[in-house]
Write a protein that binds this ligand. Structure first.
Ligand code: PHE
Length: 339
């Protein structure tokens, strides 16, 4: 029986027709009620039990192939008819898919543009870093847990070489090279030794901001972040600063925005608090300014850092961070036309 199916399959694959009428004849011969393929279904009754599965599958495959083939032949005549024997030159062109920007790139660009309007330029630094720029210059005490192997990816042979765990390392690099006024943001990829789950990944992206000049105050920081949040999440957005701790800022804060999904009323995205935490910030610790060669008696500054994945998930209601790294076109195509 399998041989017979195979033979019929080869026969069907090779089919051709030179007129519409011939196609119709083929259709009757193979796939009409009394056609050869349909007869196989009748013969199926006599197949011994242990072969039923394989034979059944093969018949189904054959049936689909036959249907496709006949349709294909039919269509080729229909198209030709439209063009009165030739190509229809008035037929509209097939649209070409242009591909899409990655959602993380869309949101990063949007954030960069918002800060560009406030005069922030963009700078970048290396992903493979040294201890100084990721930790020491940023005032991390030697026993700080972030220095632990559990959080940071080190290169085995040299504990001074590591993958940056935050984009704050670029702050240190920029301050070492430039004297104030400094007003810049630093987008980039960061790495942490974390178990991958719906909410955490060992690779993600941050945007860091730094503003150093004479008389920069916490009020400047607050107003900058309020402007940013309203541009990104809408003009009715409110912000809330909660005291926090980072080794490189003093005072430090974490910033929440009012939940853009429920408008602050409480929903499952904001866990019924009405607020969503989106970034860490603070006044650059004078120690950090001095360590990076900037006179902390003359200058003050603020810094902030946010995760792009988290903001993108909130903006588009994406429930699982792993979507960003799988490159499934069914996910990516949903961003078609967004720039
Ligand atoms: N680097 C901090 C983090 O990764 C964020 C931060 C940046 C906090 C700048 C304060 C100032 O969590």
């Amino acid at each position: 029986m399998l041989d017979k199916i195979k033979q019929l399959q080869d026969e069907i694959e090779a089919l051709g027709a030179s007129t519409k009428e011939e196609v119709e004849e083929l259709r009757i011969k193979y796939i009409s009620k009394k056609g050869l393929v349909s007869q196989l279904f009748a013969d199926f009754k006599n197949v011994p039990g242990e072969q039923k599965k394989a034979v059944g599958q093969a018949i189904n495959v054959l049936k689909n192939k036959a249907l496709d083939k006949i349709n294909e032949l039919k269509e080729s005549f229909e198209n030709a008819e439209q063009g009165a024997g030739g190509t229809d030159l008035s037929r509209p062109g097939e649209p070409m898919r242009l591909g899409t920007r990655h959602p993380l790139a869309i949101v990063r660009n949007e954030i960069v543009e918002i800060f560009a309007r406030l005069g922030f330029t963009v700078a970048e630094g290396p992903e493979i870093e040294d201890d100084w720029h990721v930790f020491s210059a940023l005032n991390f005490p030697p026993e700080h847990p972030a220095r632990d192997m559990q959080d940071t990816f080190f290169i085995q042979r040299d504990p001074d070489v590591l993958l940056r765990t935050h984009t704050s390392s670029v702050q240190a690099r920029v301050m070492e090279k430039t004297q104030p006024p400094i007003r810049a943001i630093f987008p980039g990829r960061v790495f942490r030794n974390e178990a991958i789950s719906a909410r955490a990944h060992c690779i993600f992206h941050q945007i860091e901001g730094l503003y150093v000049d004479e008389n920069v105050s916490f009020a400047d920081l607050k107003q900058t972040l309020l402007y940013f949040s309203r541009e990104l999440f809408g003009e009715n957005t409110e912000i809330r600063l909660r005291p926090s701790y980072f080794p490189f800022t003093e005072p430090s804060a974490e910033m929440d925005v009012s939940c853009s999904i429920c408008g602050g009323k409480g929903c499952n995205v904001c866990k019924y608090t009405g607020w969503l935490e989106i970034l860490g910030c603070g006044m650059v610790d004078p120690n950090v300014l001095d360590l990076c060669g900037i006179d902390s008696k003359k200058y003050t500054g603020f810094a902030f850092g946010m995760g792009i994945e988290r903001i993108t998930m909130l903006k588009y209601g994406i429930k699982d961070i792993r979507h960003f790294f799988e490159n499934d076109v069914r996910f990516l195509r949903q961003f078609e036309g967004t720039y």
